[in-house]
Design a protein around this ligand. Structure first.
Ligand SMILES: Cc1cc2nc3c(=O)[nH]c(=O)nc-3n(C[C@H](O)[C@H](O)[C@H](O)COP(=O)(O)OP(=O)(O)OC[C@H]3O[C@@H](n4cnc5c(N)ncnc54)[C@H](O)[C@@H]3O)c2cc1C
Length: 399
């Protein structure tokens, strides 16, 4: 890969995992990504191989059958995979967040029952906060669960579930009546267990997949809950955790932001690789285009952005791994990496000239995939709200 986006201080185990994933990406993902993407086809063979490699359980502790690796290892693996095809990283993304939620906030019964099946990929996770009427403003959700004996009955509509069909477990944020004075303490996360696939089962309907600009192959769906009955024990953390759902989900989103930053880095690394190669192949006015300073300077700017995004992503992951809160660092990494990803793919597209517009060329796919990085796990505006609020609190002047 050359000298950019390298990570100092990795253990031998981390280096071995990354080398294995990189070789897998080069041999098993990159050669097939464009064709699968054009057909909007789920990458079954790739996903089966990822199960074999243990990637579904990469951060799940060994006692539950996983590899017990850190957020940093996970993020670097995601960066490698997204360099091959961002959609493939999406297959493990929501799964990883749900496994994290179960591990951090679940009861021991939930951990012991769910994590071993998640580690093998037998049960896949989806993460559901967004609704047709709200994404950034989570407090506006209207899907609700009402207590009925030992059960809750859930009604409402969720939107934009990545892996919504194939998932057997959906961490779902809903409103509940806790009598709290804050809307944020009247939200609860349920671990809804459902049949994988489309259609209606037990009051849960997954209607079909949404047609998207990019991020093809992996399905994104709606989820309609119509009188779905679920036991109180399916609340993440058990019945006593009712009302804690918002805070649990925000913890999950924090690691999710490092993950999106890593995906953005993977896309821009690939966009840079394509650009620097093409710039040495294409000739105009008697020179390779890399000899025109305007193009060479673009390459320098792109590489600098890749490096900056990578370093901030690594910093945010290491902070979380050290046991500290990383809300600001994750927000900054996600904001910077996704904006830079958008810019770097655009510049790579422009360096390709007319061919960048052709579906024959890989950059056309990256150009359509990059914008989702600006949206998923919170838009840039949402990241800036988080960063500025936290810093204004920390740097508050005495009155
Ligand atoms: C392909 C795809 C997959 C997704 N997967 C998932 C998933 O698995 N689970 C899930 O729960 N969600 C998922 N989402 C939803 C995603 O998280 C939301 O789309 C995102 O949070 C933005 O919410 P919104 O679309 O409702 O936009 P809105 O919140 O309506 O925002 C619209 C615009 O207004 C801006 N804005 C909003 N509030 C402010 C403010 N206070 N100040 C300044 N600007 C503001 C936003 O930045 C944006 O530009 C997915 C979305 C997509 C497109």
């Amino acid at each position: 890969m050359g000298r950019i986006a390298q990570t100092d201080g990795l253990t031998d185990v981390q280096a071995d995992i990354l080398a294995a994933v990189r070789s897998f990406v080069d041999k098993e993902i990159l050669p097939y990504a464009n064709e699968l993407e054009r057909k909007d086809e789920f990458p079954d063979a790739i996903v089966e191989a990822m199960k074999e490699m243990g990637l579904f359980g990469i951060t799940i502790p060994e006692q539950y059958g996983g590899l017990g690796e850190s957020l940093l290892t996970y993020a670097l693996v995601v960066e490698e995979i997204a360099r091959g095809w961002m959609s493939v990283s999406g297959v493990i993304n929501t799964h990883f967040i749900v496994a994290y939620l179960v591990l951090q906030h679940g009861t021991e019964e939930q951990r012991a029952r769910l994590l071993p099946k998640m580690a093998t990929g037998e049960v896949r996770g989806a993460f559901s906060m967004s609704e047709p009427g709200c994404g950034s403003d989570v407090s506006a959700i209207t899907t609700r669960a009402d207590r009925d004996g030992d059960d809750y009955v859930v009604n409402g509509q969720k939107m934009w579930l990545t892996n919504g069909a194939r998932a057997g477990l959906v961490a779902t944020l809903v409103k509940t009546d806790e009598g709290a004075d804050s809307v944020y303490r009247n939200m609860t996360t349920f671990l809804l267990e459902k049949e994988p696939g489309f259609g209606t089962h037990g009051g849960i309907t997954i209607p079909g997949k949404l047609d998207k600009l990019g991020y093809k192959g992996v399905e994104t769906t709606e989820m309609i809950l119509d009188g779905h009955r679920t036991p109180a024990s399916s609340i993440l953390g058990g019945p006593e955790a009712a009302g804690k759902g918002f805070y649990q989900m925000m913890d999950g989103v924090e690691v999710g932001r490092v993950n999106v930053a890593a995906r953005a880095c993977g896309i821009m690394i690939r966009a840079f690789e394509l650009a620097i190669a093409y710039a040495q192949q294409r000739r105009t006015f008697g020179h390779q285009i890399a000899d025109h300073q305007a193009i060479a300077f673009k390459l320098a700017e792109m590489a600098t952005k890749v490096e900056a995004g990578h370093l901030m992503m690594v910093n945010a992951a290491r902070k979380k791994d050290s046991g500290q809160r990383n809300d600001v660092e994750a927000g900054m990494a996600k904001f910077l990496a996704s904006e830079y990803c958008h810019e770097v793919t655009t510049e790579s597209f422009r360096i390709h000239g007319g061919y960048g517009y052709s579906k024959e060329y890989e950059i056309e796919r990256l150009y359509r995939e990059a914008p989702f990085m600006l949206i998923g796990e919170g838009t840039s505006e949402v990241q800036k709200r988080i960063i500025s609020r936290a810093l204004l609190k920390e740097y508050k002047l005495p009155r």
